[in-house]
Structure formats: structure tokens, C-alpha cells
Design a protein around this ligand. Structure first.
Ligand SMILES: C[S@@+](CC[C@H](N)C(=O)[O-])C[C@H]1O[C@@H](n2cnc3c(N)ncnc32)[C@H](O)[C@@H]1O
Length: 262
């Protein structure tokens, strides 16, 4: 599988549209369930533009250390710019999850929000995460647990109007959703699973067109042209009509939350 590369423009769109619609709410829902001990050393792996890292920084008490690490420098640069000056300090580093630039056993807690499904070598990623955690350190990991009604509708519309490659791409974030497989992977990497639950959030669509064009399938739609794009947006809106609340759509999206220990 190719590494997940993002341009500056893609990072900006991600941060403007996908973070407020889902990654920010997921970060808050996750941290509402995972209290942070004071002074903890915490790493957010595959931190993106820092949705979860910022939330950690606003909640952590004491003198802990916070690091956000992501493969894409475009994401970590934006995360650094977006980090609030009145929250706990965080350092953002560009690094592959399989080669994290830290000594063994330095972190108390690792988070990984919606990154695992994109790692080409998931066992190596978890082994590396375990290496940098202290003995008894915790990993809190989220991964979508079902294809959301939005992405299902988008994938169907792309299949009808654009083609199968674009249709498959729309479902890529949900490609690794089997909880038993994730459990086996964690246990196979030496983690002890302490808890597994499902988080359900409402993904908010204020502007369906803009939010669709902020996704990686933007390229396929731009190549297909305006008429095809309008047809796709119209089909998605029609399939989501039961989730319409006035001018916005509030669409459920669910994730696994695994709490594991080294
Ligand atoms: C769906 S985003 C989630 C980002 C962030 N956790 C959030 O909640 O907004 C997936 C992230 O995984 C990162 N990623 C993909 N492959 C990676 C790898 N091999 N090592 C580190 N990060 C990776 C991408 O750059 C992207 O920022």
C-alpha cells in the first residue's frame, strides 16, 4: 500500500472541514472517557492537524510532555500553527509510525485516532508504539467501526456516476473496522486489552458540496467535471434526507475505542 501523502491544500481542507465535522468531536468524546493523569508524558500518533493533541493539551494538568507525530509534514506544520498559546505546550514532529524518533519506554500514554487503518504495516506500527511506551503504559486507539451512512451514500453515488476506483476510495477510512481483527492485532503485538467500547458521534454537514470536495475523492470529481459532481452531491443529499435537520445533515458515525496496556 502507498504511504498516505497529503499536500498543503489537502491538509488545509482537512483541518477546515473534517476536523470540526468529526475528528474534533471524536477527540472530545474519547477524552471524556479517558482521564489524563497529571504530569503524564503523552504521544498522539498520526496526529494529523492536531485535533486530539490540542484537546489533550487543554485537559492535561501539571508538567507532562505532549508530542504529536504524523507522517505528513503538511499536517504537523498546520498543527504547530493551530496549537493554542493558552494550552499546555505540545511539540509536533513529522515521523512515520514505524520509525518514531524517541528512546525506548519514554511515554506513559499513546493515542492513535483514526490512523491504524492507513498504516501499511500495522504490526510494525504497534510494535513501535509499544517500544516507546513505558512498562504498564497505555494505548488508546480509535478506528471507525462501521461505514457511515454518509460514506456509504457517497460511495454508491461515485459508483453510479464516476467509477469503482473513486467509489472504493470513499470507503477507505472504514477499511479496517472489524473489532475482532483489531483485538487480535493488538494482542499479537503484545498489548493487553483493558476495555473496548463503541463511540457514536453525529457528523455534521453544513455544506455537503464543500465537505465532499475536501475529501481525497475531490481529484476524481474535478476530473469528472461539474455536471457529474452536481449529480453525486444531489444523490448523496437525497440518500441522507432522513438525517436532515433544517439546512444541515447530522449523520451518525461510530468508532471502536480500544484501551490497551503494554
Ligand atoms: C484520518 S487522519 C487522522 C488524523 C488525526 N488523528 C485526527 O484525528 O484528525 C489519518 C492520519 O494518519 C497519518 N498517517 C498515515 N500513515 C501514517 C504513517 N505511516 N505514520 C504516521 N502517520 C501516518 C496521515 O498523515 C493522517 O494525518
Amino acid at each position: 500500500m502507498d504511504k498516505f501523502r497529503l499536500t498543503h491544500a489537502a491538509a488545509q481542507k482537512y483541518d477546515k472541514h473534517s476536523v470540526p465535522a468529526m475528528f474534533g468531536p471524536l477527540a472530545r468524546a474519547t477524552l471524556d472517557k479517558i482521564p489524563l493523569p497529571a504530569d503524564a508524558h503523552i504521544i498522539d500518533i498520526a496526529c494529523g492537524t492536531g485535533a486530539l493533541t490540542r484537546e489533550i493539551a487543554s485537559r492535561l494538568k501539571g508538567n507532562g510532555r505532549i508530542v504529536g507525530a504524523d507522517l505528513n509534514e503538511t499536517m504537523t506544520e498546520l498543527a504547530t500553527q493551530r496549537h493554542p498559546s493558552d494550552a499546555h505546550e505540545a511539540i509536533y514532529v513529522a515521523a512515520d509510525v514505524c520509525e518514531l524518533p524517541f528512546e525506548n519506554a519514554v511515554f506513559d500514554i499513546a493515542f492513535c485516532q483514526q490512523g491504524l487503518q492507513f498504516f501499511p504495516d500495522k504490526s510494525a506500527a504497534l510494535a513501535e508504539t509499544r517500544r516507546i511506551l513505558k512498562k504498564g503504559g497505555k494505548l488508546n486507539l480509535t478506528c471507525w467501526s462501521a461505514i457511515s451512512p454518509f460514506n456509504g451514500a457517497l460511495s454508491d453515488a461515485l459508483s453510479d456516476h464516476v467509477g469503482e476506483a473513486a467509489s472504493t476510495k470513499a470507503k477507505a477510512p472504514f477499511s479496517f473496522r472489524d473489532g475482532d481483527v483489531i483485538r487480535e492485532l493488538l494482542e499479537g503485538s503484545g498489548f493487553i486489552i483493558e476495555a473496548h467500547q463503541t463511540i457514536v458521534l453525529e457528523r455534521r454537514f453544513e455544506n455537503l458540496f464543500e465537505q465532499i470536495m475536501a475529501l481525497p475523492i475531490e481529484k476524481d470529481l474535478s476530473e469528472a467535471g461539474d455536471l457529474v459532481t452536481s449529480a453525486v452531491v444531489k444523490d448523496v443529499a437525497s440518500k441522507l434526507s432522513k438525517y436532515a435537520v433544517g439546512e444541515v445533515f447530522l449523520v451518525p458515525q461510530e468508532a471502536h475505542l480500544f484501551e490497551a496496556q503494554t
